[in-house]
Design a protein around this ligand. Structure first.
Ligand code: PLP
Length: 385
């Protein structure tokens, strides 16, 4: 009883497929150009050239210098590294973050609490937004670092990063932002944002999985998370993931070049989906900020419906979306993001994230709008009986 329609992928916040033009740039580095960038022979030098080219691509996308870009094994590593290894270098013992961060940030903070750090988890308003005034109030003489994400991975809310960065700069405190969802979706400028540290992940913008980057502003003190060889200016050991790094650089460069078209296309589809759901599904509730949200994010609660059941029914109909973040799905706990926004546990467990991408079409959105309302109605009728 699988759907006769081609599958509709609306889980782009969980991951995206590698673009063909990105894959073709990567492939030679698995085979005929498989040299180690640290080797001095021709094959090694070719790999080195490719890694340094990717570093320039990533730097250009952020308004950074190439020497401020360090490749990692993904967004989670970048978050861990930034928070745990830069804060410790300041000699101070207080970190400010928000209650709606990705677990890579929140669990890094938890780990630091065990090392004697005091962490302030800032609340958010009903739209999932952090208040810069709260950041200002939380600052102390002992504050080492502020970490607030640029865009939320569950509800898509864009945080007031520029204001928070400004506060950090004025207080002489390090500012880290998890820009994993922002990259390729909204413009990033490490200088306008006053970011000292910024995390990226390749697979969220049609690059490969298992590769990421950390921007580290020059002059920022940080120690290694991964010890070993002298790769990445001695700060991140391990033979470079050359095909991954090449793919990430190419994917980000394409995403930034195409950003205006992407944002126009995807936000039009998002608005079509939001308007359609609000008018066709009784009591549907849009979560996240009504306007200051990622172009591709539409997040809803459907009271009286369990998201697990809804996701399964949508999957059978060939529609892939998510109950929150991919990382928390499978757990019965309502999302920490929705709880922080003040949603009841029941409402939290009735929530679905549709995250749109460059390959989605208006026809796909219209198909969702045909399929979804009767499924919600049917699930609600079972709940009542
Ligand atoms: C996906 C994601 C991460 C984790 O990135 P990985 O490369 O999967 O480790 C971190 N932060 C946010 C906001 C994300 O969406």
């Amino acid at each position: 009883m699988n759907s006769p329609y081609p599958p509709i992928y609306l889980d782009n916040a969980a991951t995206t497929a590698v673009r063909p033009e990105v894959l073709s740039k990567m492939l030679p580095f698995f085979t005929e150009k498989a040299g180690n960038p640290s080797s001095i022979h021709t094959a090694g030098r070719e790999a080195r050239k490719a890694v340094e080219n990717a570093r320039r691509q990533v730097a250009a996308a952020l308004g950074a210098e190439a020497r401020e870009i360090y490749f990692t094994a993904g967004g989670s590593e970048s978050d861990n590294w930034a928070i745990r290894c830069a804060a410790a270098e300041t000699g101070k013992k207080h970190v400010i973050t928000s209650a709606v961060e990705h677990h890579a940030v929140l669990h890094s903070c938890r780990a630091m609490e065990r090392d004697g750090f005091r962490i302030t988890y800032l609340p958010v308003d009903e739209n999932g937004m952090v208040s810069p005034a709260d950041v200002r109030r939380a600052l102390t003489d002992d504050t080492a670092l502020i970490s607030v994400m640029a865009a939320n991975n569950e509800v898509g809310t864009l945080e007031p990063i520029q204001e928070i960065g400004q506060l950090a700069r004025e207080a002489g405190v390090l500012f880290h932002t998890d820009a994993v969802q922002a990259a390729g979706a909204i413009p990033i400028d490490v200088n306008a944002w006053n970011a000292d540290l910024l995390s990226l992940s390749g697979h969220k913008f049609h690059g490969p999985k298992g590769v990421g980057a950390l921007y580290i502003r020059k002059g920022t003190r940080i120690h290694n998370l991964i010890e070993g060889g002298a790769q990445e200016r001695g700060l991140r050991a391990g033979t470079e993931n050359v095909p991954g790094v090449v793919g990430m650089g190419e994917a980000l460069s394409l995403a930034v070049a195409e950003l205006p078209e992407y944002a126009a296309h995807v936000s039009a589809l998002r608005d079509r989906l939001i308007q359609g759901i609000l008018s066709a599904v009784p009591d549907a509730r849009l979560n996240g900020h009504p306007t200051l949200r990622l172009p591709g994010n539409a997040h809803f609660s459907f009271p009286g419906v369990e998201s697990e059941s809804l996701l399964m029914r949508l999957d059978l109909a060939g529609i892939a979306c998510s109950g929150g973040s991919a990382c928390t799905s499978g757990s019965l706990e309502p999302s920490h993001v929705l709880s922080a926004m003040g949603l009841s546990p029941d409402l939290g467990r009735s929530s679905v994230r549709f995250s749109l991408g460059r390959d989605n079409t208006a026809e796909e959105i219209d198909r969702v709008l045909t399929v979804l309302p009767p499924i919600v109605a049917d699930l609600r009728s079972h709940m009542r009986s």
